[in-house]
Design a protein around this ligand. Structure first.
Ligand code: 9Z3
Length: 380
């Protein structure tokens, strides 16, 4: 359903379980403090414009759908926030300023390296009751807590980058929990970034629920058991990429992610999203293989030609180009060497991170996108 149209079954918004984005934003409750959040983000963007910097909005983490207003139970979307947090670091080191819009308590740039589940920070610290005094880094003067010497080399550059990002003012954080908050914030951040024109990039890595419970149907109190099974009816979340492309960020370079678990659906669904919304790029990823393999799906830039070496990618390893006959799209796989088939939650290709390659490619494409507009205006 196109943005701005009413729902197909009549005048009641969402009566058919489908909502236009206009109906959604007119009837659902915006998050508290949205105005202040938008104001702070707008001031951040203005400072970046004054400094001539490019800005990327990185969305990260999963959205929830609360089942009660006094929320005890909620539906969640899978995402640790690794993709977003890791990418944000690479964008910062590539010279971008970043609005990092993430699920509260999900992974964040720099601190992600010391996640409480995989690498608890307390495990890095010297236990003052047992430390060996000859270990120089472990000397304890009673006031300071020290990091064990074997962890210093890993921690030092991360700590430096973390402090640099804080001191520079190039990283701005915004958080959401529910899908409703996410949608309102996405609209607000896109509008706030509009003055950047082509210098704005949108990197939509958050895992967003396809379904929600409209506010009129959410019970106030905890759902009681005792009546046997629980049946929950959910409506379809409006497809906000369309208004985002057409109205909220018409000049932005918009990259969305498509997550599937059936590998056969990945490219067709990514292409369908591009056809439907008309944005610049979809990055497809399979749940189990997402840490070492993604596919870039995009519209072809020039008449189809058979190439053995990729002309749309620079120097990334493990690339393989496929042309799809009879359509205007192309897909390019990006793989980390030594990816394997992944363990729990996907594998890791040695010490390298696929986000480094993804971000490098996106920076290149974004620059070309900016340059295109400059060339057009100078040839006029
Ligand atoms: C992604 O596909 C992300 O790459 C992951 C990253 C969520 C898989 P992690 O945070 O995982 O590193 O653990 N994000 C987009 C998922 C999504 O909801 N996409 C929508 C869809 O597939 C379109 S916006 O329909």
């Amino acid at each position: 359903m196109a943005d701005g149209q009413s729902s197909s079954s009549g005048s009641v918004p969402g009566a058919s379980g489908k909502w236009s984005s206009q109906e959604f934003f007119q009837t659902q409750q915006p998050p508290q403090g949205l105005e202040q959040v938008a104001k702070a983000a707008s001031e951040f963007v203005q400072r970046q414009i004054e400094n001539g910097r490019k800005v990327v909005l990185v969305t990260s983490g999963g959205t929830t759908v609360p089942l009660e207003r006094n929320v005890v139970r909620f539906l969640d979307n899978f995402s640790a926030g690794t993709r977003g947090a890791t990418s944000a670091e690479y964008f910062l080191s590539a010279g971008y300023s970043v609005i990092f819009m993430s699920r509260q308590h999900s992974l964040a740039p720099y601190t992600r390296h010391y996640s409480h589940t995989t690498n608890p920070f307390l495990d890095l610290l010297v236990d003052p009751t047992t430390h060996v005094p000859s270990d120089a880094a472990a000397e304890d003067d009673g006031d300071t807590i020290k990091v064990m010497s074997q962890h210093v080399a890993h921690l030092r550059p991360i700590l430096k980058a973390y402090h640099d990002a804080r001191a520079s003012g190039y990283l701005h954080k915004v958080s959401f929990v529910t899908v409703n908050e996410y949608l309102f914030l996405l609209r607000e951040m896109s509008r706030v970034m509009q003055p950047l024109g082509r210098k704005g990039m949108y990197y939509l890595a958050a895992a967003v629920s396809d379904f929600f419970v409209p506010s009129t149907k959410v019970p106030e109190h905890k759902i009681q058991s005792g009546k046997g099974s629980l049946v929950i009816e959910m409506d379809q979340v409006p497809k906000v990429l369309k208004p985002m492309v057409q109205k909220w960020a018409p000049e932005g370079f918009i990259v969305s992610f498509k997550l599937e678990t059936d590998p056969n659906l990945l490219i067709p669904k990514a292409r369908a999203a591009l056809e439907r919304y008309g944005h610049q790029l979809v990055i497809g990823n399979d749940l189990q293989r997402r840490k070492f393999e993604v596919v870039f799906v995009e519209r072809k830039r020039r008449p189809r030609k058979r190439t053995t070496t990729s002309d749309s990618f620079s120097s990334v390893t493990g690339l393989e180009k496929e042309d799809y006959k009879n359509d205007d799209f192309e897909s390019t796989w990006m793989r980390l060497e030594g990816g394997g088939d992944g363990g729990e939650g996907g594998g890791k290709g040695g010490e390298r991170e696929i986000e480094e390659d993804i971000v490098r490619e996106l920076c290149r494409r974004h620059d070309a996108w900016i340059q295109e507009a400059e060339d057009d205006s100078s040839s006029r």
